[in-house]
Design a protein. Structure first.
Length: 309
């Protein structure tokens, strides 16, 4: 079922990034745009330190909890009733070195049917991959998921991560699908490459082997593809990236979600026509390693047949 030893697929991402040591001009330009965000992040960090709130925000960011959610999904086959899915996104392992121990303690010996990752394992694309690979290996060892571990890449991840993740048993869906089966009922997990900074998503290619009437879980780094996913008959859309803003102000909520989708799709459970969706708040942080009124979350979902059609 899982071909963990295959070479990474030469997606548009591969062509765009080049062979790692020789990235294209377009990649360099996009990377510079990402670097520009460091200035407001530094200002915010200095401001929080100046007013004495940084330490509290850092502590809040480490307070990772496993949250159980019952997700109502339309057209759920009866055999998949109660399917248990563990979901994590935006781990950004390098940002907070203490996070891995906390999250491994939190999920240790968790038993689910399958485990999905919404991308952004890395934080700084320039750095080596070790924190992400070591962290992911510990997660894979800690969780029992007989249907497997599947991931998509986010805008902070590099192509070099793909073979490393697959080596430890995490299949990366690069505009691809995988057919799974539970209690003799087949279903598909379909994943696209990063649709945000690098726009490597190719939804047509991702769905090319997926039968129209099958049950489909769609994995994307961001919620931005909700319309095209609906057009492909997706039943459940899973994503992250927004971190729910990391800082929620009273009466205002988050200032920025870095998403083109409507705000309600950038935070938590949502519904688009009869397609259920969930945008996780993320496990880690990026920019400034703090959270206020916006806790990190590892999500344990149980799929239930819904009335949403
Ligand atoms: Fe992201």
């Amino acid at each position: 079922m899982n071909n963990l030893n295959k070479k990474p697929i030469r997606s548009r991402r591969y062509l765009f990034e080049g062979e790692g040591s020789n990235p294209s001009l377009k990649f360099k330009a996009t990377y510079l745009r990402c670097l520009a965000w460091r200035i407001p992040h530094l200002i915010l960090k200095l401001f929080l330190k100046g007013i004495g709130l940084f330490e509290q925000g850092y502590k809040n960011a480490l307070n990772v909890k496993l949250r159980n959610r019952e997700i109502k999904v339309a057209r759920l086959p009866i055999e998949l009733e109660g399917l248990r899915v563990l979901f994590m996104s935006d781990l950004h392992f390098e940002e907070n070195p203490e996070l891995t121990d906390v999250l491994v303690d939190t999920i240790s010996q968790t038993k689910v049917d399958l485990c999905l990752f919404g991308g952004d394992f890395q934080r700084d694309r320039r750095k080596f991959l070790d924190p992400a690979i070591q962290g992911m290996k510990r997660i894979v060892d800690a969780v029992e998921a007989p249907l497997g571990f599947y991931a998509v890449l986010g805008n902070h991840d590099t192509i070099e991560l793909v073979p490393e993740l697959e080596r430890i048993g995490v299949r990366v869906l690069m505009n691809e699908s995988i057919k799974l089966e539970s209690k003799s009922s087949p279903f598909y997990v379909v994943g696209v490459d990063d649709p945000f900074y690098f726009k490597f998503d190719d939804i047509e290619k991702a769905f090319e082997n997926v039968p129209e009437n099958s049950f489909k879980i769609f994995l994307s780094h961001t919620p931005d593809l909700y319309e095209s996913a609906k057009g492909k008959g997706v039943n459940f859309y899973l994503c992250g990236h927004t971190h729910h803003g990391q800082i929620h102000f009273p009466f205002i909520g988050p200032l920025l979600l870095h998403s083109l989708s409507p705000k309600e799709m950038g935070m938590g459970e949502w519904l688009y026509e009869n397609m259920a969706g969930f945008t996780g708040p993320g496990v880690g942080t990026s920019g400034v390693p703090v959270r206020f009124r916006c806790p990190p979350e590892i999500t344990l979902m149980e799929l239930k047949s819904g009335q949403n059609e």
